[in-house]
Design a protein around this ligand. Structure first.
Ligand code: NI
Ligand code: MN
Length: 256
């Protein structure tokens, strides 16, 4: 009896130890690292050499790399990281073809409303109101539709990375379809939403937590988290969570 009990306790403890806490790290600009509850490492728009990224930032492991569009501040080091880590690169069809031409072997193309599945993890592409091209040497190529991504996994709050986008009315459809809880949204302005539009986006998406990104990297990206808080004064149920670049946080603590 004692042995059976010990075995049961051990099994339960191992189960707990195996279910990891989902974690999020902002690497500056639009670059994020997510470690899911099942231990998968997802990089989004990994421009890890951005001017605000920690100088000692190194990425040795990744399972999935998502690239929202072809602009250099989003592709960043994605192709080299995909080759180094053997991660699967997910982007628009046109951008995955460019990745392939750059030596990336594991690619999965996607377009708005399409999904790619990895076990319990589902990655769905959304539209983004922006442009997308890829410049190599002197040549600029069409890089397909600009995208955002919805990440859904059992045990993980649904996360939306908006990519570079203006606000769009069908963010309300994203709310109906996917019920995102955390939105990573650009607020810098000029090329994307400013805090005013980002506040409307948060409302349309029905999220409780907004993580501002794509601001302050360059002086022209002037939107600030404080401005976003100001725009959300009348919507106290939406919390602005500004992350410290390079500092990992659990999703549980982010959602407090
Ligand atoms: Ni862009
Ligand atoms: Mn950008």
């Amino acid at each position: 009896m004692k042995h059976i009990l010990a075995a049961l306790v051990l099994t339960a403890w191992c189960g707990l130890a195996m279910a990891e806490e989902a974690r999020l790290t902002w690497m500056g600009h639009a670059a994020f690292k997510i470690k899911t509850a099942s231990g998968k490492i997802i990089l989004i728009d990994p421009w890890i050499s951005n001017p605000k990224a920690p100088k000692d930032l190194k990425i040795e492991k990744a399972d999935i790399i998502l690239v929202t569009h072809g602009h250099s501040d989003h592709v960043g080091e994605a192709f080299d990281l995909a080759k180094k880590t053997n991660a699967t690169l997910i982007a628009s069809y046109e951008l995955t073809e460019i990745a392939k031409a750059n030596g990336v072997k594991q690619i999965l193309p996607i377009n708005p409303s399409g999904s790619q599945k990895f076990g319990d993890l589902t990655i769905t592409a959304t539209e983004a109101v922006h442009s997308s091209s890829y410049t190599e040497k002197e040549h600029t190529r069409y890089a397909g539709a600009p995208l955002g991504f919805i990440l859904q996994e059992k045990g993980l709050p649904t996360i939306y990375h908006a990519g570079d986008t203006g606000v769009f009315a069908s963010m309300a459809t994203l709310k109906d379809l996917y019920r995102p809880e955390i939105a990573l949204v650009p607020i810098g302005g000029v090329f994307t939403m400013k805090p005013k539009e980002a506040a409307k986006a948060a409302q349309l998406l029905g999220v409780k937590f907004v993580v501002p990104m794509h601001f302050g990297t360059f002086p022209i990206l002037t939107g600030t988290p404080a401005d976003l808080r100001g725009e959300l004064l009348n919507l106290p149920s939406i919390k602005v969570k500004d992350l410290t670049i390079g500092k990992e946080t659990t999703l549980k603590s982010l959602m407090q």
